[in-house]
Design a protein around this ligand. Structure first.
Ligand code: BTN
Length: 255
């Protein structure tokens, strides 16, 4: 079920969708993030979508590489969010993608703070949000990478920590169906923005809560138990001495 991500097939899969009216598909590109940023500078409409079958310079959070061989989904969507939605975009995308995966594949998808989608304890998808100004207007790009029909063992850098949907499902996964589900769910949670419902559903999927964790923020490392998240999505960690630390951005490993 390795559907091609050519323009015609993607356009058909997205028929009736509120986003993707401006659509660019690539067999190979550096990063869909850069292309979506260029579209913002050209004044493209909200919901413009860039999809690539492969990325040569795919990037993740914290300046990491996002290994992007053919077989998976890589896309970026351009938005002009009002300021109150901006801090919630990664949360919103992570939740929507986890829900879309469960809709399309018989697996359970959890979230590791802040926004990694984990299946069977391994990372299956990641979100990256970049925002900037163009023409006096704030724009944001949500980038989504989902490991769909790839053999992770061929990428030694991520073997052991990553997984793919086909590996978890034991069969190939329909990428176009999953793309449609992900776009619809991100669009719906964005357009019908409900902060309380979003936080509740996101927290319910957050496997990090209650776990012993090690958080790294630049040079600093904090060890303790992840007890809760704030209304803005920051992670609250209780150290063994009882002191509390709030991690706004950074990385967390479950220890
Ligand atoms: C992460 O977990 O660190 C975020 C990964 C985000 C990867 C996606 S793939 C599509 C888009 N283009 C990129 O270069 N990165 C994002």
């Amino acid at each position: 079920m390795m559907h091609s991500l050519d323009f015609g097939s993607v356009e058909k899969a997205l028929a009736g969708c509120r986003w993707g009216h401006t659509l660019f598909t690539y067999d190979s590109i550096g990063s869909t993030m850069d292309r979506a940023g260029e579209l913002a500078h050209k004044g493209a409409r909200e919901g413009a979508l860039v999809i690539a079958a492969e990325q040569t310079e795919g990037r993740g959070r914290l300046n990491r590489k996002w290994i992007s061989p053919p077989g998976s989904l890589y896309f970026s969507v351009l938005l002009y969010p009002p300021i109150e939605k901006l801090p919630y975009l990664t949360m919103l995308a992570g939740l929507a993608v986890a829900e879309a995966i469960e809709e399309c594949v018989a697996v359970q998808a959890g979230l590791k703070w802040p926004n990694d989608v984990l299946i069977g304890g391994r990372k299956a998808a990641g979100m990256l949000v970049e925002s900037s100004f163009s023409r006096g207007k704030q724009y944001a790009v949500i980038g989504v990478g989902i490991n769909v029909n790839v053999d992770i063992s061929t990428s030694p850098e991520i073997t052991g920590v990553a997984t793919s949907l086909s590996e978890q499902a034991g069969m190939p996964v329909d990428s176009l169906n999953l793309l449609r589900a992900a776009i619809d769910r991100i669009e719906s949670r964005y357009s019908n923005f409900d902060k309380t419902a979003l936080l509740d559903s996101w927290k319910a999927r957050l496997i990090t809560l209650g776990q012993p964790v090690k958080a790294t923020m630049g040079e600093a490392t904090i060890e303790g138990t992840a007890t809760d998240v704030t209304d803005e999505g920051a992670l609250i960690i209780r150290r063994t001495d009882g002191s509390i630390c709030t991690v706004v951005a950074g990385d967390v490993t479950l220890s």
